[in-house]
Design a protein around this ligand. Structure first.
Ligand SMILES: NC(=O)c1ccc[n+]([C@@H]2O[C@H](COP(=O)([O-])OP(=O)(O)OC[C@H]3O[C@@H](n4cnc5c(N)ncnc54)[C@H](OP(=O)(O)O)[C@@H]3O)[C@@H](O)[C@H]2O)c1
Length: 312
């Protein structure tokens, strides 16, 4: 009996590994078929997450429209995508488009250019945004407006310009890459959090409106996306082990993981995704059910921060 059990164990492990492998392969092929031949527009395809989304969707066989503010960086991305293209897989040459989301007439022109070129947009990924950090009284109203233009009015203008086409074709998906700050107000992020709250509000309302036309609205809200250049520093082994197990909390989630989550969101037609660790997730619930407690904790954090003398 003992010997049989020992022999069975490797077979069991082999079986499980085989099943996992098959699941991953089927999942990969399914992902691919979900975007194969689809016209996918990515705003700000040149930053960390946008670039990874471009790579994932390009590999998946999408007809990409890569938007960005900087032509040279768009061309660099184009070259990078073309140079790694696998000849055994069908991929399409991406279309590059200069887009400044703060310029509303430019946004409308871009929507027209894309529709004239492809006749439709299947998936719109609203990814671009501007961040600002600082006390509200030190941030000019001009900057507040700039943030609202780039993070709210820009994405909704592009969405509204493409929506009639999706509605008439009775198909399409709009993905908003948001931030958990669209649900939680964090001190010193007034304008950014306000723009993310506004965008989330708009797309949550839109979701219900367009459902009857088979147009899907998805929001993906990460907490903190790691910069490519930040790596765990050297420290004592306890700190390193802690950092290894809680690295996503410490350094944020990698742009590749977020891009793959965006792809999964499209494939599984998910409506809302929070890419957050238990602490920020709990904070969203605490903010909802115990607002006074949440405000007190946040205010306490600010008092502590302000009482620490600034370096230099
Ligand atoms: N980074 C994070 O920790 C984090 C966390 C949660 C959610 N997110 C969300 O994830 C998305 C991508 O973030 P990211 O960190 O990868 O981006 P990022 O590195 O902050 O870069 C932002 C990009 O947006 C571009 N941009 C700014 N204003 C624009 C405008 N008016 N029109 C067109 N493009 C404009 C910037 O171009 P320029 O550099 O030329 O200005 C830059 O390439 C954003 O929606 C962000 O809110 C980020």
């Amino acid at each position: 009996m003992g010997v049989t059990a020992v022999l069975m164990l490797p077979l069991l492990l082999l079986g499980i590994s085989g099943l996992l492998f098959i699941y991953q392969e089927v999942s990969r092929l399914w992902s691919k078929s979900a975007v194969q031949n689809k016209v996918v527009v990515i705003t700000d395809a040149i930053s960390g997450l946008g670039k990874e989304c471009a790579r994932v969707f390009h590999t998946g066989g999408a007809r990409l429209v890569l938007c960005g503010k900087n032509w040279e960086r768009l061309e660099m991305l184009y070259d990078a995508l073309i140079s790694v293209a696998d000849p055994s897989k069908q991929t399409f040459t991406p279309k590059l488009v200069l887009l400044d989301l703060s310029d509303i007439s430019c946004v409308q022109d871009v929507a027209k250019e894309v529709l004239d070129c492809y006749g439709c947009v299947d998936i719109l990924i609203n990814n671009a945004s501007v961040k600002v950090k600082g006390p509200a009284h030190k941030i000019s109203l001009e900057l507040d407006k700039k943030i609202m233009d780039a993070n709210y009015f820009g994405p909704i203008t592009l969405t509204k310009a493409l929506l009639p086409n999706m509605i008439s074709r009775r198909t399409g998906q709009i993905v908003l890459v948001n931030n958990i700050q669209g649900k939680l107000g964090i001190p010193f992020r007034t304008a950014y959090a306000a723009s993310k709250h506004a965008a989330l509000g708009f797309f949550d309302c839109l979701r219900a409106e367009v459902e009857e036309y088979d147009v899907l609205v998805s929001t993906v809200s990460p907490t903190f996306i790691r910069s490519y250049h930040v790596y765990p520093g050297h420290g004592n082994w306890e700190a390193s082990i802690w950092k290894f197990f809680f690295r996503k909390l410490t350094y944020g989630v990698h742009p590749v993981d977020v891009a793959e989550e965006v792809m999964r969101t499209v494939r599984r037609k998910k409506q809302e995704v929070f890419m957050a660790n238990p602490i920020p997730k709990a904070a969203v619930y605490i903010r909802t059910f115990f607002p006074e407690f949440f405000f007190a904790v946040v205010a306490c954090g600010v008092r502590e921060k302000l009482s620490v003398p600034e370096e230099g």
